[in-house]
Design a protein around this ligand. Sequence first.
Ligand SMILES: Cc1ncc(C[n+]2csc(CCOP(=O)(O)OP(=O)(O)O)c2C)c(N)n1
Ligand SMILES: CC(=O)[C@@H](O)[C@H](O)COP(=O)(O)O
Ligand SMILES: [Mg+2]
Length: 682
Amino acid sequence: MAKDNDSGAASRAKSTSRETKDSATQYAGADAELSLLSGVESPADVKALGPQQLPRLCREVREFLLDTVQRTGGHLGSNLGVVELTVALHRVFDFRRDRLVWDVSHQAYPHKVLTGRKDRFDTLRRTDGLCGFTHPDESPYDLFHTGHAGTSVSLGLGLAMGMAHQENPPHAVSVIGDASLGAGVAFEALNHAGATRQKLLVILNDNEWSISKSVGSLSKYLTKIRGSRLVQRAGQETKSLVQAIPLIGPRVDRALDDVGEVLRHVFVPGHVFEELGVRYVGPVDGHDVEGLVKTLERIRELDGVVMLHVLTEKGKGHPDGPSHPERVHAVKAAPKKASVGKLEPPAPQGAAEPKPVAFTNAFAEALIDAASRDVRVQAITAGMPSGTGLDLYAEQHPSRFHDVGICEQHGVAMAAGMAKAGMRPVCAIYSTFLQRGYDQVFQEVALQDLPVLFALDRAGPVGQDGPTHNGVFDIAYMRTFPNFVLGAPRDATDVKRMLQLLLKVDHPTAMRFPRGNAPLHEDVHASEREEMRVGKAEVLRDGVDGGVCIWAYGSMTETALRVAAAIQASHDTAVAVVDARFVKPLDEELLAKHLRRYKAIVTLEDHQRAGGFGSAVLEAASRAPGASDGRMAQVKLLGIPDRYVDHMTTREEQLASVGLDPAGVERTVRQLQSGQSAAEIR
Ligand SMILES: Cc1ncc(C[n+]2csc(CCOP(=O)(O)OP(=O)(O)O)c2C)c(N)n1
Ligand SMILES: CC(=O)[C@@H](O)[C@H](O)COP(=O)(O)O
Ligand SMILES: [Mg+2]
């Protein structure tokens, strides 16, 4: 289907490249010694270099990333770890014909630098700029727009199968990280791949890190292999020392050989993969670019599925890398320097401005408190402890914290087991990543009617990660399950109140909240709020008979309040605002009253329109008393239209791009007030 936003990432990025200074030239100008990279416009230029120039090219790419990504923000640690691997891959293969798939693809920045996009790096993850993941609209070297872990082996195997009929089929290469290999789907792919005779090279980029330290027994196994390499190297060094010992050296050397022989039978690196029919090669040094080139040239023509185990260092070259708690997995954009001479106005005296609180932190604090009161509370993350705030929770309740790795399906099913055993498990999983556990949410939780609570962080557009990470389907994919209670708190106070309430519900529950800060000022003080009850909405602003009423969901309530206040101030017209609070069950009693009282109801959500909160309101309206007498309010749905919202610098820009910012909502409300019908308004 043609993309609605007709620009496309490639033209978008090109259009901005003229505006942004050529970062590579700017960079190369900084130091004439670093001119090698500025001469690389495509992988052909990498192939044209002498082998002895490759280490210098790697140094320059690493310096380039350190310089640009710390300005733009983005995924740095993973990219610093694959510089040599990327140079070697583009040196040995021709990915205009051969096929290269990056798992997640957050580590594809060096790949983008070498495939003609280094000049656009100042636009990385910005509106109309380079995508932070591979994107086919940007380059023929990018095969898929991905961002969810574990799928590269499946994609690579599919490519290999699709090309197998060709006379001289191109190579298929998948690069997967150690933590992503732990994602179930990756083992589904290996299980199948090993049983086929397909020609596929799987490169395991093992840096021992996920976002936080890698977890699970697979990680332990890989560490054992890494350790055995150290043993091998130590063995070789010992051998040369022993052989130099006069008289007894040769005899000791022979004895050591026998020990080595025994060890080789005790632990064969990679034997797990070999048993799956995957030919294991390694482990090799992932930062020895010339060694990598030689190894890739040697294994390129091997038949069947080959795994090359590459040992790398996440965050390599970053001064804080070794000590950083997440090996600089992600860095924020450097703050813009205030222009010289511009003095920031002094902070207003009097009451100190309240400090912003991230929804994530409000959730973490509420969960810590809940777990202190209820020993049944268990918290589960799927490889995202810091992103979900569970790292803070783990400090307080380590025995009731579980990081299952990038295994959302397993995490959800395990939570069902815990609930069955009388626990109150809370799965803190980003909205988009819970899509991986969809069937477990249905079968293991909803169908069993078990009290598992899903805390869906990053609900709604997320800004710079774009469509792979926007959490815009969760209402639709959970609302259809019988037994579920679905809610969305409007601010930090209600995050805590809703968590406390849902933990008492003996059914599956979910609460969604966005990436970013909760409203700085709360409209109603915590002590003055009505008791929160499941399925009950709250009228925050009254309206006028025959007027317009906004039914808002979750964090969009703040926008509705701002719009109502603006219209009141400018046109002295009251617009009612309702915090719907629950989409399932919906407050149908209040809705029925409003359908009779107002001429139009606007539903407001940061979710796809299809199947979301507005759809639930329409469904309820269709069965409200008097639905067929033609005297009911019209309903106008405001949500994300049927397309994907590209990455943009901020979530707010994404919302504005689909009319969900205060100005867009106000426009719709005023059109309805002026008598336009909901159907006419675009
Ligand atoms: C299904 C899914 N869950 C969670 C994430 C979030 N995530 C992005 S990268 C990452 C860690 C990946 O670790 P690894 O595969 O070892 O790659 P590295 O960053 O170490 O190169 C995680 C958990 C994701 N992208 N997809
Ligand atoms: C690559 C990946 O999937 C994660 O690093 C993700 O980008 C984290 O998102 P937040 O920055 O919203 O935590
Ligand atoms: Mg890793």
